[in-house]
Unconditional design. Sequence first.
Length: 249
Amino acid sequence: MKTIKAIIIDDEPLARHLLNGMLLEKCPQVEVIDLCSNLAEGVKSIRKLKPDLVFLDIEMPGHSGLELLDFFNEDEVDFSIIFTTAYDQYAVKAFKLSAFDYILKPIDSESIVEVIERYERDADKRSSVTVLKENLMVNNHLKKLAIFTVNSILFIELQQICYMKADGSYTKIYLKDDTKITSSRSLKYFEQTLLDQPNFIRCHKSFIVNISEVTEYIKSDGGHLVVNNKHEVSLSPDKVQSVLGMLSV
């Protein structure tokens, strides 16, 4: 039986040690060669130890697990990834569409055995993290946007979003019901994610607006949009014609 060298990357100490213990007990063919508490440690460990398999948590402080392959050239990726995730059915669907394997938290020994068996059967299969990111970001059928926060991924219907406002390297997202969500992603990130969504436009360096929620255009003071009859959003002069065109004015 070939030994599978594995690295576990997870910011939760208990999760790392539980997974390590289950592998030791149920999967003797797997040798865990390192436990890493963040993505930076994981990248260094992968480069040094050359694992066959990486167990990777998605949302960790500093970097998402989805960013792992951004640190490697294509010819350096000679390992497989199994994501460990506590996220809901929409994330699971994204994993399935991308052909990535995953284990849902809380992890149990049966799931561990099954995922290792699939790995051994399909070890030569490689999947694209880019495809996974696209499937996670916008589910075109369900019209939901994945919003990464510090502790979770929220899946919000696009039509519920009024506007987004830059807050340094973070983004504040304002919903129709007056809920405000702080995302750990930048406004530029959301601009790129929403490129194919015709109702959303970067109307100002600090704002993205859902055009369907705009109720008024105010010409004074450089131009503003009123969103959902109550929120004022800045409008850049070079965006006026584009926005008015989208509003069919």
